[in-house]
Design a protein around this ligand. Structure first.
Ligand code: NAD
Ligand code: UGA
Length: 333
């Protein structure tokens, strides 16, 4: 469990549904909410009885009163009964990851990120849930000149994944414009979230795993790519604020406004673990953009959000969590 606590959140919903609760961000969100006394229904298609990652992600929630977990696929389960009396739906379920979205897996991206989202949004509208917070992505911006991305910038998604995330956020926002829809929508464009329980396909996890195990790191490109790395607790505090801020609407960036290169991240991992990292350079991957960086102005103005955790201390917490669970970091991604 992470040692940083959310800093800016002042209010918590009374009752919430978290889709994707067995995932990285969803499990942290559900945990923070349940700890604060929110009644949480978590939904995820991964079954913790047979899926190690889901079980590990959900372990901190065991025994927390007020947390109920449902294993179900949003593509075909009955959603309405789950939403009754909820103040908010946090829709985080989806198929993430830029690089695997090319090729035959694209159908999975479309199914979970678009078709399941349509079902969730229709159900929220029918039940009259006051707020839906949906997980969008910095990837919708596509290639930039290196400057900070503002929510009003023209999206230029550069991967099939990013196209589905743009469709997902716009789908929810389109529903919200309908006269019969009383659900207000906030779409959060998260910028590369890291920290304990991060997905094992992601860079920060892989670089720390390489440092801890001595296994080589595959570096796609020359390492000069830059990301606006966002610590998980900061992502969670923005997400809760998006649910409880009355006038929040539309798309909001969740990224602090600075960026670090992959080479810098390798340097931090090396210094934290005290071991050289063997780097195997490979070709850049399709759809990867050179730089992401958020303009955090709207998040600050609308949500009062200010990230609290710098990259070095966030990576230290991430590393400590991996060290405590070698079975997790030792597992192949
Ligand atoms: P994750 O894969 O750890 O979690 C997503 C969860 O959604 C998984 O547990 C998966 O089983 C579940 N899911 C997928 N399809 C489902 C369906 N049809 N029915 C029920 N459950 C389903 O991913 P994450 O990193 O926690 O990302 C969460 C969300 O945030 C995703 O929508 C992702 O696109 C978005 N996002 C993540 C990041 C990041 O840096 N991690 C950045 C931007 C956006
Ligand atoms: C991440 C998440 O994976 C997406 O789900 C999310 O939507 C996106 O952030 C976002 O911000 O919206 P990405 O920025 O590609 O996507 O993050 P990583 O998967 O951690 O990759 C970061 C960089 O590291 C990329 O340039 C990638 O090519 C590189 N990388 C990744 C490697 O060099 N080696 C690896 O083993 C993994």
């Amino acid at each position: 469990m992470s040692q940083h606590l959310p800093h800016v959140t002042t209010a918590f919903p009374r009752r919430a549904v978290v889709t994707g609760a067995a995932g990285f961000i969803g499990s942290h969100l559900a945990h923070t909410l349940a700890q604060a006394g929110t009644v949480v229904i978590g939904v995820d298609r991964r079954n913790p009885a047979v899926d190690h990652t889901a079980a590990a992600n959900l372990a901190p929630l065991h025994g927390l009163p007020g947390y109920v977990h449902i294993t179900a696929d949003l593509l075909n389960c009955a959603i309405d009964p789950l939403l009754i009396d909820a103040d908010v739906v946090f829709h985080l379920a989806g198929v993430p990851g830029v690089r695997p979205s090319w090729g035959p897996q694209f159908g999975e991206y479309v199914a979970s990120n678009i078709l399941a989202t349509q079902r969730v949004m229709e159900a929220a509208t029918r039940i009259g849930v006051p707020r839906l917070v949906v997980a969008s992505s910095s990837s919708v911006y596509g290639p930039t000149s290196g400057g900070a991305s503002v929510e009003t910038d023209q999206p230029r998604p550069a991967s099939p994944y990013a196209v589905t995330k743009l469709a997902e956020e716009q789908l929810c926002l389109a529903h919200a414009t309908q006269a019969h829809c009383s659900t207000s929508v906030v779409a959060l464009r998260y910028f590369t979230v890291y920290g304990p329980r991060q997905r094992p396909d992601m860079f920060t996890h892989r670089v720390l795993r390489a440092a801890l195990t001595g296994q080589p790191l595959r570096l796609y490109g020359d390492g000069h790519q830059r990301r606006d790395f966002t610590y998980i607790d900061d992502a969670v505090s923005a997400t809760i604020a998006a649910a409880t801020t009355p006038n929040a609407r539309d798309v909001i960036n969740v990224g602090g406004g600075s960026s670090a290169s992959l080479l810098e991240v390798i340097g931090i991992a090396r210094s934290l673990v005290g071991r050289e990292i063997e780097v195997h350079q490979e070709n850049p991957r399709s759809g990867d953009v050179l730089t992401t960086r958020a303009n955090p102005g709207r998040a600050h103005e609308v949500l009062g959000w200010q990230p609290q955790v710098d990259l070095h201390s966030g990576m230290r917490s991430h590393m400590q969590a991996l060290t405590a669970e070698p079975a997790v970091y030792g597992r192949a991604a």
